[in-house]
Design a protein around this ligand. Structure first.
Ligand SMILES: [Zn+2]
Ligand SMILES: [Zn+2]
Length: 389
């Protein structure tokens, strides 16, 4: 039975071992509950645990219909192959990427919705709100659940009573830090927030809540850079279990070629049970009802908003790959030299990533994997060892 405190929250392990550990602890926690599981039941926990363990083993990749060549770097986790859990490395990365894309597309539209004559200028702000009690026992999932619910409620209170006014909008995401701190990340567009007022309103009904630990205004040199920064913040904010995100995006880890530091699997398992059935990320105000799909693409609905027609093409050029993997009709097949007619096939993730890495290429579309990165990390580790000696 894993029942450790908050001291050793990080452990070095592979993706497979991490999943196994999370799944095992979930089942163990559920079995050890004498007083029942509330709206959860043991069968549900077992089912969820199995899904987390089984997720990410398969990846879909593009295959040429003409010659059967599989395009290096075309891998994608999606659809039925994913468990959609909050703590799953592949699903977490998928989700936060979607939110990032959406935020970047939404930002210029939201700006247009600000009132034209306002005495206080509307700016982008990023806030982190925490519970007063910090670190937690890794196995105390009921405690975590209580705090997640309370925090959610007090943020909604603050939104209704202080933050909400014509033209304002907010993206809220509740998550857990690697020390077990339940906190909310808020991306807010509106007049500069009066923090004392926000804290006061939050504490009215929930005295344990309402410590604002971080606040900043998001403003870069150009509007485009600001929107990109907001995309990065949204990506960072919606990861659900923090601290392991670098591992989520780490192809060497997913391929089993390297181990890495991850958040304590017991804490992650607790969080998974604590937030069962809860929607951790939500939008309010002008963020709702924009003519955008979940990846920030224009849905073609009639609107008075000015949609920048070039945004998608620019992004396409920057990435040197189609941003929409379905639309790759212009990509030439390396196997037969034809303009590919591509289809999706499911393959084993580990084998696929290693196959691509052997060719010095990433295996997953839009991945940041780079052969240099791996070598650089090895060097750094080596330096650390030398420094200790
Ligand atoms: Zn998953
Ligand atoms: Zn081909």
């Amino acid at each position: 039975m894993v029942m450790q405190g908050v001291k050793q929250l990080q452990s070095v392990m592979s993706d497979t071992r991490y999943r196994r550990a999370v799944a095992d602890v979930m089942v163990a926690l559920a079995e050890s509950c004498d007083s029942g599981l509330g709206e959860l039941d043991i069968a549900r926990v077992r089912h969820r645990a199995r899904k987390i363990y089984g997720c990410g083993f398969k990846i879909r990749v593009r295959e040429c219909v003409e010659c059967g060549h599989r395009r290096v770097g075309s891998g994608e986790f999606s659809g039925q192959m994913t468990c959609k859990s909050k703590s799953c490395p592949t699903c977490g990365e998928n989700r936060s990427h979607r939110f990032g894309m959406w935020m970047e597309g939404a930002a210029p539209l939201v700006e247009q919705l600000a009132p034209k004559q306002s005495t206080r200028p509307y700016v982008w702000q990023y806030l982190v709100v925490t519970t007063i009690r910090g670190a937690t026992n890794a196995s105390d999932w009921r405690g975590l659940r209580g705090r997640a619910i309370e925090l959610n409620r007090s943020v909604i209170r603050a939104w209704k009573k202080v933050l909400k006014s014509p033209g304002t909008g907010m993206l809220k995401s509740v998550e857990i830090s690697k020390t077990g701190m339940v906190h909310a990340n808020l991306i807010y567009f509106g007049p500069t927030v009066d923090m004392d007022e926000v804290v006061r309103v939050m504490k009215e009904k929930s005295p344990r809540i309402g410590h604002v630990s971080y606040r900043s205004t998001v403003c870069e040199a150009t509007p485009k850079k600001t929107h990109e920064a907001l995309g990065r913040i949204a990506r960072y904010s919606t990861k659900s279990a923090s601290g392991a995100r670098h591992a989520y995006t780490d192809e060497d880890w997913l391929s089993g070629e390297e181990s890495t530091d991850v958040v304590d699997p017991s804490l992650v398992a607790s969080w998974e049970m604590a937030t069962y059935g809860m929607n951790l990320a939500s939008k309010s105000g002008t963020f709702v009802g924009l003519p955008l799909d979940e990846r920030g693409g224009y849905t073609g609905e009639e609107t008075d908003l000015h949609i920048e027609p070039d945004t998608r093409t620019e992004r396409l050029d920057e990435a040197h790959a189609p941003s929409d993997p379905e639309d790759d009709s212009l990509v030439v097949c390396d196997g037969c030299g034809e303009h590919g007619l591509w289809t999706w096939v499911e393959v084993d993730t580990e084998g696929w990533l290693r196959h691509c890495h052997d060719r010095m290429q990433p295996g997953i579309a839009r991945s940041r994997w780079h052969p240099m990165l791996r070598r650089w990390r090895k060097q750094r580790r080596w330096k650390k060892i030398n420094a200790c000696a």
